[in-house]
Ligand binder design. Structure first.
Ligand code: ATP
Ligand code: MG
Length: 363
């Protein structure tokens, strides 16, 4: 028998080439050879296993395209004439594909990358195909992508939490300032008036009476200021009667009509508070910026989530700016694992919508 040369299998008897056989049988890379008619003449154990067969004899002699490459991924027929993997045996060129798909014996499909190169076979030019199952590689890539997304979400949640803490600190400082400049000054004045009244009591009773009246007035104003401040921090109505009553009271004080569609049911306190402050900020924006004639507020609980929507018919053009109301709202909603969207085209009004998951009470 003649030496078959380095790229020619000796007849189809791989045993005749122990060296070649040991390489092809040992490598993890699946490899097969088709002859000049496109029939599989050899497949190494890695190829047999990857294609889901038990023995090479099940592949030998079968047309390669019709056996492993016969359909497009959408299930439609893939004609052999169009198969790029068979080009090497037709044209002599070498083909590489980064992404293709093969079918296993059981009909399941898997993604592959492959090289297909011409090879001399006893009957004429065939092709040798070496492929890699890229399903695992894809799974690994997907896992990496999912981990990156989860990391980014966690980082965003941490940032939102930090901003929420900063906003809470800023709110505390504001309350301190309000107390100092408001009620505290009133009560200082009350104390001074009372002391002066005490001194004037014996010598100048009408003056003492005047001072007492002034002290009583200042005390009343101070109490009103404290009440207002407390309402701004956490409205009493929200705690005692829930979201619907608290928003009704808020809407009553606004200069434009507000239609409310809010269920009476109580929600978890954290959700009630966040939704209340969202509606409060949104309505404050409507009054400050929108030039609207009306606003609509709706709260709908369904499928385990709460949809909160505030819309107006004003000038539009709302944008989130760091450190301001809308950005704070986005953080507040994100802290509840929700998402806030702002739709505000010029001259087309503004709609804020928050979707907030409602966890079962046990969670
Ligand atoms: N409903 C709205 N209609 C029109 N423009 C709006 C509306 N809401 C917000 N805007 C615009 O978007 C900007 C950002 O709103 P945001 O609530 O974040 O800040 P702000 O109201 O200006 O300040 P802050 O909320 O801190 O008092 C506003 O300055 C305003 O120009
Ligand atoms: Mg605002």
């Amino acid at each position: 028998m003649n030496d078959p040369g380095p790229t020619e299998l000796a007849g189809w008897n791989v045993d005749a080439q122990p060296f070649l056989k040991s390489i092809l049988f040992g490598v993890a890379q699946p490899v097969w050879v088709v002859d000049h008619r496109g029939l599989i003449r050899f497949a190494n154990p890695a190829a047999v296993a990857a294609l889901g067969y038990d023995d090479v004899s099940e592949l030998e002699g079968r047309p390669s395209h019709e056996t492993i490459h016969y359909r497009y991924p959408d299930g439609s027929h893939f004609p052999a004439e169009r198969c790029p993997m068979l080009l090497p045996h037709k044209t002599g060129e070498t083909i590489h594909s980064e992404e293709d798909w093969f079918f296993r014996r059981d009909g399941t499909m898997f993604p592959v990358s492959y090289w297909s190169a011409p090879i001399d076979t006893p009957g004429g030019r065939g092709a040798v195909v070496a492929f890699t199952d890229i399903e695992r590689q894809r799974e690994a890539e997907l896992a990496v992508r999912e981990r990156e997304i989860a990391d980014a979400r966690a980082a965003e949640a941490r940032a939102a939490q930090r901003r929420a803490i900063e906003a809470a600190d800023a709110a505390r400082r504001q309350v301190t300032r309000d107390l100092h400049d408001g009620a505290q000054q009133r009560f200082v004045k009350v104390v001074i008036d009372l002391q002066l009244a005490l001194q004037a009591l014996g010598s100048d009773p009408p003056r003492a009476r005047e001072l007492l009246e002034s002290a009583a007035d200042q005390a009343k104003v101070g109490i009103d200021e404290l009440r207002e401040l407390a309402a701004g921090i956490h409205p009493t109505l929200l705690t005692t009667r829930g979201l619907c009553a608290a928003v009704e009271s808020l809407a009553d004080r606004l200069p434009i009509p507000v239609r409310l569609d809010i269920p009476q049911d109580r929600l978890p306190p954290a959700v009630e508070a966040s939704v209340y402050f969202m509606i409060s900020e949104a309505l404050a924006n409507v009054v400050k910026h929108a030039g609207a004639t009306r606003a609509i507020v709706s709260v709908v609980a369904s499928d385990g989530q709460l949809a909160v929507r505030v819309e107006d018919d004003g000038v539009g053009g709302a944008v989130e700016a760091p450190g301001h109301g809308l950005a704070g709202l986005a953080d507040r909603v994100a802290a509840l694992d929700g998402a806030l969207t702002v739709r505000s085209e010029p001259a087309a009004g503004t709609t804020l919508e928050a979707l907030i998951p409602l966890r079962p009470p046990s969670a």
